[in-house]
Design a protein around this ligand. Structure first.
Ligand SMILES: C[S@@+](CC[C@H](N)C(=O)[O-])C[C@H]1O[C@@H](n2cnc3c(N)ncnc32)[C@H](O)[C@@H]1O
Length: 219
């Protein structure tokens, strides 16, 4: 797995700067796995839902539209991304979006605060040695038997192998041009952290960027 040679402050800055046109850069390449992840999430009204790295709020808005705002909370590192997410929620009639600026390596919530944690396209920009730190935070804030849904840029399989090789070459030249995101395979680390019932689905083959959806439960 490639590492992430970009400082956290640079990542925060990059996403803040690119927030206004972020959806144009990514939406078409992520829509299929995100739709499937929301299907797997199947959040029920009132479930305590934490979305880490809400970005421009695309999935958060869908979750709130289908299961309500009560018990939902979103965090992100970049204020600019959160501003776009807030505007999206306002259009949906949510005046005071339940968002906080926070770093996934140190979530500002007590143990066992949530029934479900959702995180998409963020672990792929976390330095390799910090991914277990983030997964441990997810586990800590989940209640026992709480659900985890992760969506990550991953290594291309089959006909996507060449695409991933090209992505990694480009990444080594200029990681910031790719939003610091490189392919990751998270299941072994999630297993190491004690998550149970892990299941992985792969998406790509022209329908999206090579993407893994990983679902599991906290012990
Ligand atoms: C590639 S975007 C994905 C956004 C959104 N989850 C989506 O799928 O469209 C990565 C997001 O992670 C946020 N982020 C990066 N590092 C983070 C960290 N350590 N803690 C919380 N959010 C972080 C960025 O600000 C950005 O909004």
């Amino acid at each position: 797995m490639l590492d992430v040679p970009v400082e956290r402050s640079r990542i925060q800055h990059w996403y803040g700067e690119n927030a206004p046109h972020y959806d144009e850069l990514t939406a078409a390449n992520e829509a299929v796995p995100k739709a499937r992840a929301l299907e797997l999430l199947d959040r029920q009204p009132g479930e305590r839902y934490l979305e880490v790295a809400i970005g421009t709020g695309v999935t958060f808005a869908e979750v709130v539209a289908s299961s309500g705002i009560e018990g939902a909370h979103g965090v992100d590192l970049a204020a600019g991304m959160m501003d776009v997410a807030r505007a999206r929620l306002r259009e949906q009639g949510v005046e005071h979006a339940p968002f906080s600026l926070a770093d996934a390596t140190a979530l500002p919530f007590p143990d066992g605060s949530f029934d479900v944690v959702f995180n998409s396209y963020m672990l792929d920009l976390i330095p390799t040695e910090e991914i277990p730190v983030v997964l441990a935070e997810f586990r800590r804030v989940l209640r026992a038997d709480g659900r985890l849904i992760l969506v990550n840029l991953t290594e291309g399989e089959g006909s996507d192998t060449e695409f991933s090789a090209g992505w990694k070459q480009a990444y080594e030249r200029d990681p910031e041009a790719l939003g610091a995101c490189r392919p990751v395979v998270v299941e072994p680390m999630a297993r190491e952290l004690g998550f149970e019932g892990l299941e992985r689905e792969y998406f790509g083959h022209g329908a999206s960027w090579p993407t893994e959806i990983l679902t599991g439960c906290s012990p």
